[in-house]
Design a protein around this ligand. Structure first.
Ligand code: PLP
Length: 408
């Protein structure tokens, strides 16, 4: 008789976005005349940059010609893209990353979910709270997180690092030393960033204690302040303790196309039974066995992001979203809210009004302003009494949403 994987059964239902959708549908049915503005889900809305579209068309035509047709892509990614990324995203910033330390994939969601596989099953993880849910859920699926407490929303074998206004959304270095530390900066959901000096503290901590940092840089393109690092490899010593996740989704509008990369330096090594194991070779083995490469046409589209046209168009797209972010941020301040984020990321994190719970505030905003956001408590216990608005809508809808909120 077959049996289910019991670790999967431990996962609580992910009710956040389905509950939001249900509430929004019910409200729309009851109020068909109301125009609802959705600033909840973190998906981009602008079309792909023209340079990307041009590269896609060209690559499609190549697939139609026997002379240029490509079949299976190399497991680890085409050289042209690995080189373009290593050069532009890392070496031009002074980070010592070789082309072959870049592993191309179809998404940072899959990479952030899969990366735990190359570490021992008894590894203890640490996550920020609130957090992008994939890090914890994928470790639950692998049997690492212990038991779930429904009341508190906490797993017994996970180290939670609260990120709240009290610590300026920069969590304390954990007293109990984790094996794997997940960091995401600029952060989803709080929209806040980390300074290079503070990230250096994390790198020093990891090197001193033998931990590995999985650094999710999915929102790197939104950084506007000089002291905020674009890559963990800007920090000294990161090559021996860090893995970085990159995504083209938010940086270049590829949420539908799917393209990302994981960076694992050869220097990330660990002693095991008298010899040294390179984590790079374990991830290469995983890719070789379980993955057949991101599509050729999509990798060509990714390469186009690094052309001078592509760079200019992407900058313009990101600037458009950031214009929305600053409108939302300033508008909320005018309306009397305490707000965070929105400067180095497309997310604005606000403290709810009158100490409402995150869900009470969700209902309040939907019913009174017809604006949909995301309750902070859906990202972890420390997200309670906070609320997330995204800047991924149009400028007009961001303005309209804020006009409505100001009138409340
Ligand atoms: N990492 C973070 C922090 C995210 O917020 C998201 C998407 O929302 C992802 C990764 C997923 O990226 P991708 O579209 O490349 O799978």
């Amino acid at each position: 008789m077959f049996k289910p994987n019991e670790d999967y059964l431990k996962l609580p239902g992910s009710y956040l976005f389905s509950t939001i959708a249900k509430k929004v549908n019910a409200f729309q049915q009851a109020n068909p005349e109301k125009n609802i503005i959705r600033l909840g889900i973190g998906d981009v809305t602008q079309p792909l940059p023209p340079a990307v579209i041009k590269a896609l068309h060209k690559a499609v035509d190549e697939q139609a010609d026997p002379a240029t047709f490509r079949g299976y892509a190399p497991d680890l990614g085409y050289e042209f893209l690995r080189h373009a990324m290593a050069e532009n995203d890392f070496r031009k910033r002074g980070c010592d990353i070789a082309d072959d330390e870049i592993f191309i994939s179809d998404g940072a969601k899959s990479d952030s979910g899969n990366i735990q596989e190359i570490f021992s099953r008894d590894s203890k993880i640490a996550v920020c709270d609130p957090v992008y849910p994939v890090y914890v859920d994928s470790n639950v699926m692998s049997g690492r997180c212990g038991d779930y407490d429904k009341e508190t929303g906490i797993w017994s074998n996970v180290i939670y690092m609260p990120s709240t206004a009290e610590n300026n959304f920069s969590p304390e270095l954990p007293k109990e030393v984790p094996d794997i530390i997940y960091l995401c900066f600029p952060n989803n959901p709080t929209g806040t960033a980390i300074t290079k000096d503070r990230l250096q503290d994390w790198v020093d901590y990891a090197n001193k204690n033998g931990s590995v940092i999985i650094f999710d840089a999915a929102y790197e393109a939104y950084i506007s302040e000089d002291n905020v690092p674009h890559s963990i490899f800007e920090c000294e010593g990161a090559r021996t303790c860090a893995i970085e996740l990159r995504s083209f989704s938010k940086n270049a509008g590829f949420t539908g196309l799917r393209l990302a990369a994981t960076i694992i330096p050869h220097d990330l090594k660990v002693k095991y039974q008298g010899s040294e194991v390179e984590m790079h070779s374990l991830w290469a083995r995983r890719h070789g066995t379980k993955y057949n490469g991101a599509p050729y046409i999509v990798q060509r589209a990714g390469e186009a992001c690094y052309s001078s046209e592509g760079q200019a168009q992407i900058k313009e797209m990101v600037a458009g979203y950031m214009k929305n972010a600053s409108y939302i941020l300033e508008g909320l301040k005018e309306a009397g809210y305490t707000v965070y984020g929105g400067v180095n990321s497309p997310y604005v994190w606000l403290k709810t009004k009158d100490n409402m719970t995150s869900w009470e505030f969700f209902d309040y905003l939907l019913e009174n302003a017809g604006v949909v956001g995301t309750p902070g408590s859906g990202f972890g216990p420390s997200g309670e009494h906070y609320f997330r608005l995204t800047a991924f809508g149009s400028y007009e809808s961001s303005v309209e949403a804020l006009n409505r909120i100001k009138k409340l």
